[in-house]
Design a protein around this ligand. Structure first.
Ligand code: OSB
Ligand code: MG
Length: 371
């Protein structure tokens, strides 16, 4: 398949509610979308990085640079058979997985459309509905957090994840457990602790959490394996896992028992599927993480989550939790039993709302294939 044209589009949209983690608070999102055209079809991808290089080193501007100056010229240079070929072609660029994922995933969308398949079917998905949880950020007060949890449980979500950091951990989990003794609950620290906090982290074992996500260094495996030996609570790695190879090493040394898969963090659908397949073969449960995506990134997450190894509820939830108006039609909705029904239409199965996208666009650049 030959790509005729690629467009980068930066949009800005305010979140309905701020989102706070151990590394800071986000109120307004800057999102780079990628629109590709091939064989008369159009595919979309999203760069899922944060505005600041805190979750990972990528930002909208580094992604724009890497895409414009390296990945897009390579993608236009010669045609491809499978979107996975692009992953190979991008290999000389070290890291910048979120930039790579946006481009590769747009081509998966096109490939699925050209075959008349939903992206979920093209990827090998087996699930009609995916189980959903929510990720709730640090709030201004414990009372506000409790009310938020109550609201999400009433909406049907199957598990609650809360963000923790030193000073917002043991006490807040105690408050939650007193109010909701038996809900499926987990905590995400986004690397806010070190091994010196081991005794403190052991206090979390009494809250029977499903898992604790990324307690230690964003690029660490070894200390996590030391910590896991001390904890009853399973460790789930997020930031530290960028490939199936990372997962192999993490599992070999016992650094975690569960893995969060994010398309952007691993570089797109082909790498994500490799990581999924590896974990599935090992019997290691995985779930789909979120990056406060717009509808485009959200739709890709839904397709990926239909793979059989995604046995735990993910952080993929309804559009309305993030956006007053999403950029796809229909917006993503969640059933009363806390699931998202995977769409059956070709490609992403949601339609980008071009008028809405235009309204929130702040920058655009297009690249034509002149060969
Ligand atoms: O660590 O999973 C994370 C959001 C931004 C950066 C990192 C993370 C998150 C979330 C939000 O937890 C998940 C979502 O609702 O999109
Ligand atoms: Mg996380």
């Amino acid at each position: 398949m030959r790509i005729d044209r690629i467009e980068l589009v930066e949009i800005r949209m305010p979140l309905v509610h701020f989102f706070e983690t151990s590394f800071g608070r986000t109120t307004d999102r800057r999102i780079v979308l990628l629109r590709a055209r091939a064989e008369g079809l159009e595919g979309w991808g999203e760069v899922t990085c944060g505005e600041k290089p805190f979750y990972s080193y990528e930002t909208p501007d580094t992604a724009w640079h890497i895409l414009r100056d390296f990945l897009i010229p390579w993608a236009l240079e010669k045609s491809w058979d499978s979107p996975a070929d692009l992953g190979e072609r991008f290999q000389p660029v070290r890291g910048h997985n979120m930039a790579k994922a946006a481009l590769e995933n747009a081509l998966w969308d096109i490939d699925a459309q050209s075959k008349g398949l939903s992206l979920a079917d093209l990827l090998g998905g087996t699930r009609e509905e995916i189980p959903c949880g929510v990720s709730i950020g640090i709030q201004n007060s414990p009372q506000e957090l409790i009310e938020k949890i109550r609201k999400e449980l009433a909406a049907g979500y199957q598990r609650i994840k809360v963000k923790i950091k030193p000073g917002w951990d043991v006490d807040i989990l105690e408050t939650i457990r007193n109010e909701f003794p038996s809900i499926d609950l987990m905590a995400d620290a986004n690397s806010a602790y070190t091994l010196a906090d081991t005794a403190h982290l052991k206090l979390l074992d009494r809250f029977h959490l499903m898992m604790i996500e990324q307690p230690l260094g964003w690029n660490d495996l070894v200390d996590h394996s030391r910590l896991q030996r001390e904890l009853k609570t399973p460790i789930c790695l997020d930031e530290s896992i960028h490939s199936a190879e990372d997962a192999r090493k993490a599992l070999e040394i016992g650094a975690c028992k569960i893995i969060n898969i994010k398309l952007g963090r691993v570089g797109g659908h082909s790498a994500a599927r490799k990581l999924h397949d590896f974990c599935f073969a090992q019997g290691v449960p995985v779930w789909c993480g979120g990056m406060l995506e717009s509808g485009i990134g959200r739709a890709h997450n839904i397709a990926m989550s239909t793979l059989p190894g995604f046995v735990l509820p993910g952080d993929v939830s309804a559009s309305r939790r993030y956006w007053a108006q999403d950029i796809i039609d229909p917006e993503v909705t969640v059933t009363a039993k806390g699931t998202i029904v995977a769409p059956k239409g070709p490609g992403l199965g949601y339609v980008p709302n071009l008028a809405r996208i235009e309204k929130v666009t702040v920058r655009k650049e297009s690249f034509e294939n002149r060969s």
